[in-house]
Design a protein around this ligand. Structure first.
Ligand SMILES: Nc1ncnc2c1ncn2[C@@H]1O[C@H](COP(=O)(O)OP(=O)(O)OP(=O)(O)O)[C@@H](O)[C@H]1O
Ligand SMILES: O=P(O)(O)OC[C@H]1O[C@H](OP(=O)(O)OP(=O)(O)O)[C@H](O)[C@@H]1O
Ligand SMILES: [Mg+2]
Length: 298
């Protein structure tokens, strides 16, 4: 195996930068970034099978640099992977591999028009000017609708281009919709939904170490999405309770000293815990406890 360190591409700024650093730290990849350093060496040891460098990059460059082999794995948006066109194999270059979604950075890419616009369907956009920082995805979308438009390619603050008279419509990311509301824009059509993903260079020389890192990150992502629920339930309600908390494979059940009672432990999706607790309570369950999980291997 090459003694070149494995390189992880991490956003140097923006909304994903902190999130990526926290995720890697929770997965046991600790590093200290000095001011404007491009690299940081991950602290050795902790069972990692080889040297690892974190490389701080623009989020939108990470897909391209991963495809070119400058980095072995990277944290970026699936929208940026699609816009870079590296999610498809071309000529001498295989597609970048998306290892897993990271349960963060959820958003949509939407075609948006002024609230008062007469446009009703994508076909009504024919001949219009569309401002976007996603020209590749926008062109593919327009082609799929047999519509030709003039695309105004920008790097940000796209939402003000209609007011500036530069465009008739925009294609931009939407999360809460507050930017659209503030600019009196509405969604005409949603092109796709995206989130932050872990990507990998298909020809990496550090396959085993990439797998080890991916497995660690997966454990953190699952742990963040689930809680451990423990409760006591009368034996006669156990079957019903197990339907409410089936767990990943099956719940852990122990008989209690108290005759006719069982103790149950199961993983439950965080967002469902309160509802599950209320259903268990109705069943007669007692001592229902939720425990946060910091890490796990399933
Ligand atoms: N509301 C949002 N706006 C933009 N990107 C978002 C949003 N919500 C999630 N994302 C994800 O974050 C990625 C953008 O991260 P990036 O760091 O490049 O931009 P940013 O956080 O908007 O910083 P910048 O200030 O440079 O625009 C997007 O590609 C998308 O995957
Ligand atoms: O639906 P919302 O929650 O309003 O989020 C969507 C907005 O967020 C992003 O802009 P960002 O804040 O990243 O600023 P930028 O345009 O400088 O990238 C995106 O370009 C939209 O403008
Ligand atoms: Mg932005």
């Amino acid at each position: 195996m090459s003694n070149e360190p494995l390189r992880i591409g991490v956003p140097s700024k923006g909304r994903l930068s902190e999130l990526a650093a926290e995720l890697l730290a929770d997965a046991g990849l600790k590093y200290r970034r000095q001011d404007r350093d491009l690299f940081a060496r991950v602290k050795a040891g902790g069972g990692l099978d080889g040297p690892i460098d974190v490389t701080f990059l623009r989020t939108d460059d990470i897909p391209v640099l991963c495809a070119e082999g400058a980095i072995d794995i990277g944290v970026t948006g699936s929208d940026l992977v699609e816009e870079a066109g590296v999610n498809k194999a071309v000529a001498d270059r295989p597609a970048v591999v998306t290892r897993m979604p990271l349960s963060m950075g959820g958003c949509r890419l939407a075609v948006c028009v002024p609230d008062a616009s007469p446009v009703v369907t994508p076909k009504d956009l024919a001949g219009d000017r569309i401002a976007t920082s996603f020209p590749h995805v926008t062109r593919a979308y327009l082609n799929s609708h047999g519509v030709s438009c003039h695309i105004v390619e920008l790097t940000g603050s796209v939402e003000v281009m209609i007011a500036l008279g530069v465009a008739d419509a925009i294609v931009d990311l939407v999360e809460t919709g507050s930017t659209l509301a503030a600019n009196k824009l509405r969604i005409l059509d949603t092109i796709g939904s995206y989130e932050t993903v872990l990507i990998q260079n298909p020809a990496t020389k550090h396959g085993a170490l990439c797998d080890q890192i991916a497995r660690r990150i997966e454990g953190v992502i699952i742990a963040r999405g689930y809680s451990l629920l423990e409760y006591n339930v009368p034996e006669e309600s156990l079957a019903e309770a197990e339907k409410i908390t089936p767990g990943f494979s099956s719940p852990t059940v122990n008989r209690l000293e108290e005759q006719g009672w069982c103790a149950v432990r199961a993983m439950v999706k965080r967002g469902e815990v309160i509802g599950v607790m209320e259903r268990l309570e109705k069943l007669g369950a007692r001592a229902i406890l939720e425990t946060a999980i910091k890490n796990c291997r399933l």
